[in-house]
Design a protein around this ligand. Sequence first.
Ligand code: TRP
Length: 370
Amino acid sequence: MTKKVVFNPWEVSGEVNYNKLIKEFGVSNLKELPAVFNENILFRRKIVFAHRDIQRILEAVKNKKPFVMMTGLMPSGKFHIGHMILAKQMIFWQKLGAKIYIAVADIEAYNTRAQNLEESRKIALKEYITNYSALGLNLKKADIYFQSNRSDNAKKSNAYYKLQNLLSRYATFNEFKAVYGDITPGKMLSSLLQASDMLHPQLPEFEKPIPVLVPVGIDQDPHLRLARDISQRVKDYKFIQLSSTYHLFAPGLNSGKMSSSDPNSYIAMTDSPKEVETKIKKYAFSGGQATLEEHRKKGGNPDIDVSFQYLKMFFEQDDKKLAKIEQDYRSGKLLTGELKEYTIKKINAFLKEHQENMKKAEKDVERMFS
Ligand code: TRP
């Protein structure tokens, strides 16, 4: 089955050809990283696979100089295991010493998805922020804000919206069309606001010029290209060029991309053991062969097997075990049913602990944001 391919910052569907995007967008493959990065499976296993100007961030880490990690979330529906890819990077960077800025893209959701601000706030707090906290993000040491309400401090707030407005002079309509294809006034404003999200940590009202790393899915790179270009044209400010990293999308159960707008594609953090079992057994796309006999003979394909991909991205920390599973699956020694059983066990063990952690996180979020 080939689905229509749509790929832009507001919609991703169909198959994603990462190598093509790397070339087309002009981002670089992520090469050797310092040892601390290899402690994290996202970097070790190249789930975070590409970057722009990461050198500047690596230097800051090495020389113990301050830097910012800035990213954003689109508050759409349920938080699922795919969202952990970004959440775990936030936590990683926070532990490495980055100042954390997180934008809730409620204005963007309003303008590009017709979702009202109250709904966005509810989803952001209950789903995203609570899960970040339960996964280990220290909320007290993070600047988490809503695009519709940057800060109660008027100087800071003005600076953020002023920047968005001043930046518009340095972008042309043709540039918008070239970068985004189909463009509307709402999308145009959203990308300028996102440019301000990414650049405003460097304003005098915030940290002053400082290296900023923006970890995102590669669909967001058009926003980075625009922000990087205009940040060097604007004369009123001196910005250090933005750095960014790009991660893979988690595959949905039925392959494609895991997406909160398609309940059949995801495993939610609130799923029960039974739900996880059903989803993996019934829906998780298998790289195995149609019959047992054929599987023993030809072996399975872990590269397209969704259960295997979940183990690799999230649930099997042990490289040796993962390699053995991969090898046994490829050779036909390990059956699809067995691989699924193991994956279910791993996911459920993780979710049990996570759902415990959610209880405290809910209270913390309630205290901080009401
Ligand atoms: N557009 C992003 C998304 O759809 C959300 C976002 C808003 C963002 N501001 C940002 C991402 C700043 C990175 C940096 O997910």
